[in-house]
Design a protein around this ligand. Structure first.
Ligand code: GLN
Length: 482
């Protein structure tokens, strides 16, 4: 019987590839067989990987490169030249990406092999991957439950060991929340750290691309590869990219970690609450200094987000008109009918809800009352973080108020679904960075995630804190039964 590699982390796989203990082709074949065996149960991928293409890329991979021969899964919202890019929307069925997103080009340059397109909530709107035209993705720890969202396919693929790592996008929690629910590491970089060129836009002032990985070291490695200034995205920062893989080596002695009182509200599942408390104690044992902080405007984050994000989405999604991209209705009456009918048939109910909400808050007469006001409160939320980071280097919170919920449990109540992101949304509104790492399990063996929030450009601090905790705890070593 040949050895299996699919449970390896990227870093350990890299070492084996470099030492020629295994070839990229063997790795690709092993992963393709794993996907074949497991994906019918999880549906993490929207399309079966093109096995011949994957094998050819693996055979040609240069293992001396940072990610040479490492297969990586990509959320179906990022353009990979020649692959479909559907955003899990009917409207984009049949669309093929004509170019590489910058993050993809950087992965390609680093030698990565693209293995498939992962499922998501349509246009990244949702917290459960149930709003997908391809059907729901299942949680590898319990297939009756959701994987989180919107990057649920990427999280389930990594958590279920049918990808070594994946990319996702995070507008209000879409990397961190599913990572937390699937037991993997998910990092949302500071706004401007990673170029958004080639990422299909949801809310442009909030969107960031980031990695899903099995370990913190892997997250540091992937972030190092995909970060940096890009002339094709004016919001990408002209800042050097630190060696994140070196930053993680420092321990946490003397690091000041803030615990915001507003994040331990009622409504948090008691098992989540006690896992987070235990993680805080663990940090104290490791020599970090725990400080009380306050983020008083957090209570407005959800309300502000659900004005700003839909407003931006309503503008961004105007381009999907049946003329320029993807699907178009057959036999339209006239040009207006092309627009109306294509959009009516192509968009799902949640996307329509966001477009209507966004159009409403931007309409004359309501603009000041909603949109302008939300922008002002967004400033206050930003200021809260600036104040907090005077007192601490990073902030500890739960990533999600509960572990993974049952498929169908929240679909009839959008507001309940929106509350799944209560701890992650403020990070996007403030433009700072955050990572979710495994910090325990419920009695029912569902993963729980700890969120570590950093200041702008604070990735080194949060990765350092995440790595120290990971090295001191067993959670990341657990494998789902699937
Ligand atoms: N769940 C949030 C929403 O539906 C966040 C999604 C995201 O980060 N893309 O908007």
């Amino acid at each position: 019987m040949s050895a299996h590699f699919y449970t390896e982390s990227v870093s350990s796989l890299r070492r084996k590839l470099a030492a020629k203990e295994v070839t990229p082709l063997e790795v690709a074949n092993d992963l393709l067989a794993r996907i074949e065996a497991v994906d019918p149960k999880l549906s993490a991928y929207n399309f079966k990987p093109d096995a011949e293409k994957v094998r050819a890329a693996a055979a040609a991979a240069d293992v001396s490169k940072p990610l040479g021969g490492v297969p990586i899964a990509i959320k179906d919202v990022l353009n990979v030249e020649g692959d479909p890019c559907t955003c899990s929307s009917k409207l984009l069925h049949g669309y093929t990406a004509p170019y590489d997103a910058t993050a993809i080009a950087k992965l390609r340059e680093a030698g990565a092999v693209f293995v498939g397109r992962t499922n998501m909530d349509e246009f990244a709107m949702g917290s459960s991957t149930e709003n997908s035209s391809w059907g729901v993705t299942r949680n590898p720890w319990d297939t009756e439950r959701i994987p989180g969202g919107s990057s649920g396919g990427s999280a389930a693929a990594v958590g279920g060991h049918e990808a070594f790592a994946a990319l996702g996008s995070d507008t209000g929690g879409s990397i961190r929340q599913p990572a937390s629910l699937c037991g993997c590491v998910g990092l949302k970089p500071t706004y401007g750290r990673v170029s958004r060129y080639g990422l299909v836009a949801f809310a442009s002032s909030l969107d960031q691309i980031g990695p899903f990985t099995k370990t913190v070291e892997d997250a540091a490695l992937l972030l190092e590869v995909i970060s940096g200034h890009d002339p094709k995205d004016n919001t990408s920062a002209k800042r050097p990219v630190p060696k994140y893989t070196d930053a993680i080596k420092k321990d946490v002695r003397g690091l000041k970690l803030g615990v915001p009182k507003e994040y331990f509200i009622s409504g948090i599942d008691p098992e989540v609450q006690s896992a987070i408390k235990a993680a805080i104690d663990q940090y104290a044992k490791l020599g970090a200094e725990i400080v009380d902080i306050s983020l008083p405007n957090t209570e407005y984050a959800c309300a502000v987000y659900y004005i700003i994000a839909p407003a931006e989405a309503s503008a961004n999604l105007a381009r999907f008109d049946g003329v320029r991209y993807g699907a178009r209705v057959k036999n339209p009456k006239d040009i207006l009918d092309v627009y109306r009918s294509t959009r009516a048939q192509g968009f799902g109910p949640e996307v329509k809800r966001r477009i209507i909400l966004g159009t409403y808050v931007l309409s004359s007469g309501y603009y000041d009352a909603y949109y302008n006001r939300a922008q002002k409160v967004r400033q206050l939320i930003r200021q809260d973080f600036t104040n907090a980071f005077q007192k601490c280097d990073a902030i500890l919170t739960p990533t999600s108020p509960t572990a993974a919920f049952k498929i169908g449990e929240k679909t009839s109540d959008p507001l309940q679904m929106y509350l799944a992101d209560i701890f992650t949304i403020a990070v996007n509104l403030a433009g700072v960075c955050g990572v979710s790492i495994p910090c325990g399990f419920t009695q029912g063996k569902l993963p729980i995630g700890l969120q570590i929030i950093g200041a702008e450009w604070g990735e080194e601090n949060i990765l350092r804190a995440a790595h120290a905790y990971e090295q001191a705890t067993p959670w990341h070593k657990e494998l789902p039964a699937i």
